[in-house]
Design a protein around this ligand. Sequence first.
Ligand code: ATP
Ligand code: MG
Length: 405
Amino acid sequence: MQYTEIMVRYGELSTKGKNRRNFIDSLGRNVRKALHDFPELKVHANRDRMHIMLNGEDSAKVMDRLKLVFGIQNFSPSIRVDQDMDAVYKTAVEMVRAQYQPGMTFKINTRRSDHKFEYDTNEINDMLGGQILDHVDGIKVQMKHPDIVLRVEVRLNGIFLSSETIQGAGGLPVGTAGKGMLMLSGGIDSPVAGYLGMKRGVNMEMVHFFSPPYTSEQALAKAKQLASTLASYSGSVKFIQIPFTEIQEEIKEKVPEGYLMTVQRRLMMRLMDAITRKRNGKAIFNGESLGQVASQTMDSMIAINDVTTLPVLRPVISMDKTEIIKVAEDINTYDLSIMPFEDCCTIFAPPAPKTHPKLDRARAYEERIDVDGLMQRAMDGITITEIKPGENYMNAQEDVFAELL
Ligand code: ATP
Ligand code: MG
């Protein structure tokens, strides 16, 4: 069908009282950003609905993008006709026929914002229902749970018909919760944590620690590729890479093996604290899940959180690995995450890290290294890039891919 507009219903934002305008404006901006390469589109973000005028753009492609935008409950592709009942009949019959299968039932649901139109909603429901019954063989009316709901909206600028409702991504518009910084490794969990944070409206920047030459170019490319996948949910993301080699080498040399992991994590957290404050972020996000590995116990969190007073948010904290994997598959990060490029933590991981490190010991061992100097040099080595959806960072690694597959 040649649709004229997509009608978008807002999610939770309708309950947000006086912040509503802000939410709607953010959603409007995010939708425009997600659809920036469809030049003919016009987006009108009104108080209770958003209307996207297609002006000839491909509705299927537009809807594929819309499905990823947080803050949308659902949407319906619609066709506009003039305020003329014959035109309404013709389009309505075509729409229902396109969906009809033997045995299906339907109902008509009319809303009217143009109260001057010559028929009221009940009259329109009856007249149009009669037309459908006459022209679609075998179809029956059913008020409760019909197979097809034909929605009709009489507005000043025409009459809009739709018969499909497509589920949106839910959540809140990205940006409405402020800025957060995700610790993005190359693993399965942190991209899922990032996605869940973005879903609650966080404008997420991606921070990746890398340790050349111990970690490869591929490992870095993989983290960027994950960032690009997450960027589909916000239009673009900042990717912040922090060199971690010198810190890891120094810790390896000066800290007893049982506390290598804890002290490394403290340094990561210190750097997260510094970069988050510098860039006006409000919280640190990571992919920790309680009990999953040695560093993810509550004692470990006590020993690591000690270095920051910012909130450290862990969206996947209570999820099972299988639940995390399911989300990773849904958001298309899983296949990337399981590619076997070592990240900086695996390489310096001691064979038996302390599962219940002591805070005072962690502090004492950390004093053996030059925290300020190491941090300063790491901060000086930071690079920041803007990453967009659909970019390909793994291209250069094609040969490696070929071997893996
Ligand atoms: P993931 O699957 O996200 O890598 P994991 O189960 O492997 O998680 P760890 O390796 O212990 O867990 O890391 C815990 C968290 O620390 C990660 O979820 C991530 O948020 C952060 N992290 C680990 N390595 C890095 C890195 N190189 N750069 C940025 N953050 C990291
Ligand atoms: Mg990991």
